[in-house]
Structure formats: C-alpha cells, structure tokens
Design a protein around this ligand. Structure first.
Ligand code: PLP
Length: 370
C-alpha cells in the first residue's frame, strides 16, 4: 500500500517512526517546488502560501477532529507547545500537576520547572494493570492539570484518553495531551476525549518535518492561558501595520507571535495529504496489524522479553523488547550495523513500523536480532 511514496533504501529496515519518520515522496516534491519558487519568484505569491497555511489548519482540524481551525496553533515542537501551556496558566503555591512515571522528558521537565511557583508534580505509576485508575488515584483537590502522553515513548503503552477526559471533566482538572506518539497513527478526537490542550510535532507518525507542531487549545481553555510571546502575527487585525492599537486574536493564532514556518507548512501539508487520502482509520488498522505481526514474530523466540503491552487496545505503533542475557546496547549496535533503523528506549529495543511498512521488513528485522 502506497509503497511508491516511500522509496526507502532496500538495504535498510526502517522501524523508527516513533523517533523521526521518513518523508513521503510527495513531501520531497512539495519542498523542492517551494524551494524552486523561492529561488525564482521569492514571495511573489505570498497569498498562495497563506492559503497553504490555512489548508494545513484545515487538515489538522480534520486529523484531530477539532471543532474549528480557530482552535489550531502552530508551534515549533511539542516541547514548545507544552511550555506555552505551562507558562500560560497562573499557578498558585500548592497547585499540583499530575503526569505519569513513563513520560518523555518534554512532558515532565516543563511541569517540574514550575517548582519556582510552588507547583508540585505528582507522578502516577502506570506500570500496573489499570493505568487510568492509577492516574485517577493521583488526582487530588490540589490538582489543576493532568498531562499525559497518549502513547508512552518507551513502553508504547496507550492510554484510554476518553476515560481520563471524563475524570478531568468531573474533577474540574485541565486536561493536556502530548499526542506526538499517536496523531497520524491513531484516530484522534479532541472533542470526544474532552481535551483542553493537545500538542504533537510533525516528524513522527504525521510523516512530516521536524520544527513544526500542532497545538490544539479548546475555545473554553483559550482565555485561561496568558500570553508570553507577542508580535505582529498574534493580533486580531493581522496585517494592519499602521494601526497602533491592537487586540489579541480571538483564535489560537494568538499563540503564534511572528512569521510562520512556511517551509514546514508546505512540507507538513503534503505529508498530511497522504495520511488523509489513505484515511486514518486505514492507517490505524494497518499499524495494528504490523505491531501484532511483530509481536507474533518476536514471540517465536524464547529469549525475547516483550516490554510493550500485547493487548490491542493498549498498544499503538511501538513494540519494545529485550533479549535475555544480551546487553541491550550490544543488541542495538548489532541491529544498527545491520541497517535496522530502530531505537534504544524504555530499557529495550524499540521497533515502530508505520502503515506502509511491509511484512518482509518486519521479518528481516526480526531475523537480524542477535
Ligand atoms: C512522548 C513524546 N513527547 C515529546 C517528544 C519530543 O517532542 P519535540 O521534539 O517535538 O518537543 C517525544 C520525542 O521522542 C516523545 O516521544
């Protein structure tokens, strides 16, 4: 399916979409076209670039089921989006933020940095059978915000975002989702899960470039964030350079202070056009089949220990494992030298196939595990 979009070197087994994904062919074409236009015409057609920027907001609205393009802001990356949120809320000493004990540093450090305001971070241990219950148990009267990764970067465990959203709603807690490991891989519905905030960079499952991320801010949450970055682009009357008075834009554009990353916009939009053409439901089913097959292949070896959940509702695109009696860094080096592109994460080897990954790639990679 869509192999022509991914003319990867046949000598490599690319199983690293949870880190940085390859671009589809059409993204390369879009970037080349944009570069050629810049060389020959500069910004002559800037209004067309602005239309592309709006098209990307529409694509993202569809991808995460946001109520409006007004809820979508671009950020540089997930970490920046989480920082915009963390430093937008007015905290008081004694407030708590709940996260999990498996978060990628981006969704831990920023909350820990709020210690200067007297904010405490509570880590829920999600290693047990019922991670949502563990998270709910960590929520107290002092909890102002819950921030979780939809899918954990190491173990690959997928959380029930809807159940957590219900809890947050009931307990009057703001709900923030680091969705970089799921947007583009899994169907995402910010409304259904009652998300206040969701952030995800383009370079993993969305198959886009690094340096451009989507940040969703629900309309009801928008005024809860004070702004820390200002410029010409975040005002209501954008483009009216002679007007000295200004108001903050009603939309989430208020979080974008200056010129957009137009190169990233063109690239990300091309990548998303592929995912939306295939359909995220189809993408999700294909990823589920790839991870199921990987688990089947890995389970044939008695000396391989799976570190990722095996139940289908608990996993997304990540399968992490250890080889008994072999140091993981040696296993990783061996795979790397045999052109298996994967990662050393969560105490094991992380394989992360996407929807287009061929079964033969999975078979070859597993055969190369020492
Ligand atoms: C769960 C999670 N959040 C955040 C990041 C980093 O995101 P960014 O570089 O967009 O800040 C990663 C990268 O691996 C991740 O896995």
């Amino acid at each position: 399916m869509y192999e022509h979009e991914f003319p990867l070197d046949p000598n490599i087994c690319y199983l690293n979409h949870a880190a940085v994904a390859p671009w589809p062919q059409r993204t390369k074409a879009a970037v080349e076209e944009f570069a050629t236009e810049n060389v020959h015409l500069g910004a002559t057609h800037y209004p067309r670039w602005m239309s592309k920027e709006f098209e990307l907001r529409q694509q993202l609205k569809a991808l995460i089921n946001a109520p409006s393009t007004d809820d979508i802001a671009f950020q540089k990356n997930t970490s920046e989006g989480l920082s915009t949120i963390a430093y937008g809320i007015s905290w008081k000493a004694g407030d708590q933020v709940v996260i999990t004990n498996q978060e990628f540093p981006s969704n831990r450090i920023v909350w820990e940095s709020l210690k200067q305001f007297g904010v405490d971070v509570i880590e829920a241990d999600i290693t047990g059978d019922n991670p949502e219950q563990a998270i709910t148990n960590a929520i107290s009267k002092q909890t102002r915000l819950l921030s979780v990764s939809s899918v954990q970067f190491g173990s690959g465990i997928r959380l029930n975002l809807h159940a957590l959203g219900e809890t947050c709603k009931k307990r009057n807690v703001l709900y923030c989702i680091d969705a970089i490991q799921s947007v583009g891989a899994l169907e995402t519905d910010v409304e259904a899960v009652h998300a206040d905030f969701l952030v995800a960079d383009a370079h993993k499952w969305m198959l886009g470039p690094e340096g451009i991320a989507v940040m969703f801010v629900a309309e009801s949450a928008r005024d809860k964030l004070t702004l820390n970055e200002f410029g010409w682009h975040m005002v209501a009357k954008v483009g009216d350079y002679d007007e000295k008075s200004w108001e903050i834009a009603r939309s989430a554009r208020r979080f974008e202070c200056g010129s957009p990353n137009m190169l990233g916009v063109h690239a990300m939009s091309a990548s998303l056009s592929l995912l939306l053409e295939v359909g995220v439901e189809t993408v999700e089913t294909a990823i589920a089949e790839n991870t199921r097959y990987l688990i089947e292949l890995l389970s044939k070896r008695d000396d391989i220990e799976l570190l990722s959940p095996t139940e289908s509702h608990r996993r997304a695109g990540i399968v992490t494992f250890k080889v008994q009696n072999q140091p993981t860094d040696e296993v990783f080096e061996h795979l790397k030298s045999n052109q298996v592109i994967c990662a050393h994460r969560g105490g094991g080897i992380r394989f992360s196939p996407h929807f287009y990954t061929q079964k033969s790639v999975l078979e070859n990679a597993v055969a190369l595990i020492p």
